[in-house]
Design a protein around this ligand. Structure first.
Ligand SMILES: Nc1ncnc2c1ncn2[C@@H]1O[C@H](COP(=O)(O)OP(=O)(O)O)[C@@H](O)[C@H]1O
Ligand SMILES: [Mg+2]
Length: 272
């Protein structure tokens, strides 16, 4: 479990804290979406989860290990891996295979184990046929899959992704989402997914909405989308289906409130 307790974080002493008493518990096996307007603190929180940033006050515990304890940083990073928005900032080596191995070499993991973990990551992310390719020649979606492969080779329990599809076109976005869904289902990986793409929020079991560095809402995607006015107030997009279902519910068709998908809305409409 990751436990965030009364977390405060500031980038400078002169400015108000960016994270301002944030509390959050993330159970293993969950798919958690993190949403919130620009500047609400999503990326800052994400970086606190594996000790890239340390709390100014409060704490972050990963399976009981405190990120503020220097001796815990390696074991924590073996559990919590991070994928950034732009894969170009994460890919460093001259081949896909070497790239996936890079982080493991830095952790000082024995050679045979590195080989095993790289093979597994290549296979799970369906990248085995790209192993010798230079990463810069891959498509954006493939690059992001290599970054995810590197992350899961490093850490086995929690994967934190900060808007990993923001720079991808819709097809590549699907490709990345597909790989993540498989990882979550087959390997039981806990996914912490920062995104402002509402369709992606639907993949989650649970969604946490940040506002001014605190958790303002902690609910299921269905609950979040059943209140389009709140989404708008928080600067978020309203999925078209939620908007339509909300408008019709407000007009008297109460049974349609909260419908999340075209099929679901159509089924409920047919029953009226
Ligand atoms: N490196 C930084 N230095 C100073 N301020 C920063 C830095 N990164 C982010 N901030 C500020 O912290 C706040 C939260 O940023 P961030 O965590 O990136 O939010 P989000 O990811 O939700 O858009 C914003 O007001 C932002 O301007
Ligand atoms: Mg951000």
């Amino acid at each position: 479990m990751i436990e965030v307790k009364d977390l405060h974080y500031s980038y400078s002493k002169q400015e108000a804290p960016v994270l301002n008493g944030l509390d959050l518990r993330i159970e293993p096996g969950q798919w958690l979406a993190v949403v919130g307007r620009n500047g609400s603190g999503k990326s800052t929180l994400a970086r606190c989860l594996n000790g890239l940033f340390l709390p100014e006050s409060g704490s972050v515990l990963v399976d009981g290990m405190d990120t503020a304890e220097e001796s815990m940083l390696y074991p924590i990073r073996e559990r919590v891996a991070f994928v950034f928005q732009n894969p170009d900032n994460q890919l460093v080596a001259t081949s896909v295979e070497d790239d996936i191995a890079f982080g493991l070499e830095n952790l000082g993991i024995p050679r045979e184990e590195i080989t095993d973990r790289v093979e597994q990551a290549l296979s799970v992310m369906r990248l085995a046929d790209k192993r010798d390719k230079p990463p810069h020649l891959l498509s954006g979606g493939e690059k992001q899959r290599v970054a995810i492969a590197g992350a899961i080779a490093m850490a086995s329990t929690y994967l934190v992704l900060d808007e990993p599809t923001a720079m991808l076109d819709p097809l590549m976005r699907l490709e990345v989402i597909d790989s993540l869904t498989r990882l979550h289902r087959e390997q039981g990986l806990t996914i912490i997914y920062v995104t402002n793409i509402m369709e992606e929020v639907l993949l989650a079991d649970r969604v946490v909405l940040l506002d001014q560095g605190r958790v303002a809402k902690d609910c299921t995607p269905a609950e979040l989308f059943s209140d389009p006015a709140y989404l708008i107030e928080q600067g978020l997009d309203v999925p078209q289906i939620s908007y339509l279902a909300g408008r019709l519910a407000d007009a008297g068709y109460e049974s349609l409130r909260g419908a999340l998908a075209v099929d679901e809305l159509a089924d409920r409409l047919c029953r009226i």
